[in-house]
Design a protein around this ligand. Structure first.
Ligand code: HAM
Length: 430
């Protein structure tokens, strides 16, 4: 019996032959860019377990959201506790922040993660049951500068990856008072349409009417076209916060539009929310989204600190990079590949390769090819810069053939000076 990868998941492979975006070199490039940008903006890494108590997500994300009501991988552990694979990063970061009393280590906390998330979704383009997010959570700052920093960081990440034609769609959900007033207006608007709403939305009407705005049902969508806008229900304080976020974004290179229909699929948001959409992609999906969630830490019994963040889907970003022929050049291969021909040469090449590796010079050794043309093909596939060929003839002459694989130029180096010469060539190449 042959096993297959579980439905909605995939392997990240050292080659790009199955699907170019599954190439681990490209993943390293994207993850490396995320790490670099976090260094530039002052965010530090946090890692939490891939599973948590189910209740954390029920309470954090909201029981009436699709994520919690339909998409969680939930099971009982051997102790009878309900456990769920994390569908998103924010709730777990809040749990960790409180449990580890991170608030005692300063007043502003800027955290990032690159981690797999699990959602039992119907597999389709851009939707996986295990996907990966680069996310940030900034805890402690109430001012609109924080919201603008978070949105700018995500856009700068996409720009550094060479992506084009993306736009932030931003909205505000206001403070509690604004949402209460909007909630009532929405109920008044929807009540005459109640029987025409989808079954899910009828349930949400009672429990959490704002969730109806997130419905994907075409009939709900049609009814919602004439729904009131949150923007006309903002308190003066919420309005001023949103206006300043927009003003700050005007001063950055962030391309954005205001879309009062964006409410996001998780219940914890307050004030600013946003999604990044690509215009020209065949995939009409969000590359990332987030916003402010000021009350969440307190809900979990933690300090009353304001917070703001985003999560971005790395699969979708990689697929868009390839679609747009963006910057997908892979890192360099080894500096040199040894090609030993014969047992004696293999032994000598092994010890030379080991010495160079201990000097931190990326070195490969071809232990399989029997013929030179195959060995060169293999070295080219690895994207090696040089090949060092050692056969019986060279052993006798105490020389090694040194070939530049880009120019195909070849010369001899004496074995006695070989290590020294490679070390200085390596230094020169950096
Ligand atoms: P989210 O919008 O649910 O937000 O997910 C963030 C991003 O993850 C999406 O924009 C999308 O790019 C990607 N994504 C989500 N589900 C899938 C899937 N099934 N397959 C592939 N990609 C997917 C959150 O998770 C929030 N925790 C973000 C946040 C952080 N808000 C504040 N802080």
């Amino acid at each position: 019996m042959q096993f297959q990868v579980p439905k909605g998941t995939y392997d990240i492979l050292p080659c790009g032959e199955v699907e170019p975006w599954m190439n681990s070199g490209l993943w390293q490039l994207v993850e490396g860019t995320a790490r670099d940008i976090c260094r530039d903006y002052g965010y530090k890494e946090i890692r939490t377990p891939i599973y948590e108590r189910t209740e954390l997500f029920d309470r954090g994300i909201g029981e009436t959201t699709d994520i919690v009501s339909k998409e969680m991988f939930t099971f009982l552990d051997k102790g009878g506790r309900s456990i769920s694979l994390r569908p998103e990063g924010t709730a777990a970061v809040m749990r960790s922040f409180i449990e580890n009393q991170l608030n005692q280590h300063g007043s502003s906390h800027k955290l990032f993660y690159i981690a797999p998330m699990f959602r039992y979704e119907r597999p389709q383009a851009g939707r996986y049951r295990q996907h990966h997010q680069f996310g940030i959570e900034a805890i402690g700052v109430l001012g609109p500068e924080q919201d603008a920093e978070v949105i700018d960081l995500l856009c700068e990440f996409l720009r550094r990856l060479g992506l084009k034609n993306f736009k932030a769609q931003i909205n505000t959900l206001g403070d509690k008072e604004s949402r209460e007033s909007f909630r009532q207006a929405l109920i008044d608007f929807l009540r005459p349409h109640f029987t025409d709403l989808s079954e899910d939305s009828q349930i949400r009407f009672e429990k959490n009417p704002l969730r109806i705005l997130d419905s994907k049902d075409p009939k709900d969508q049609e009814i919602l076209q004439k729904a009131p806008s949150i923007l006309t229900h903002l308190t003066p304080e919420s309005k001023a916060h949103f206006q300043t976020v927009c003003k700050l974004l005007d001063s950055t290179q962030v391309p954005y539009i205001i879309n009062d229909r964006i409410i996001r699929g998780l219940d914890y948001y307050t004030k600013t929310v946003f999604e990044i959409i690509v215009d020209d992609s065949a995939l009409k999906v969000s590359l990332g989204g987030g916003g402010r969630y000021d009350g969440l830490l307190k809900t979990f019994g933690g300090p009353d600190l304001p917070s703001c963040g985003f999560g971005s889907g790395l699969e979708r970003i990689l697929q868009t990079m390839l679609h747009q022929k963006a910057h997908t050049e892979l890192g360099k291969g080894p500096f040199l590949t040894f090609i030993p021909l014969g047992d004696e040469a293999r032994e000598l090449c092994f010890s030379l390769a080991t010495a160079l590796r201990h000097d931190q010079i990326p070195t490969e050794i071809d232990l399989l090819s029997k013929k030179l043309p195959t060995a060169f093909q293999q070295a080219d596939r690895q994207r090696a810069a040089y090949a060092a060929i050692l056969g019986t003839e060279e052993m006798k002459k105490e020389k090694i053939q040194w070939k530049n694989l880009a120019t195909r130029e070849q010369r001899e180096i004496s074995l006695a000076h070989f290590l020294e010469e490679v070390r200085s060539l390596w230094k020169l190449s950096r």
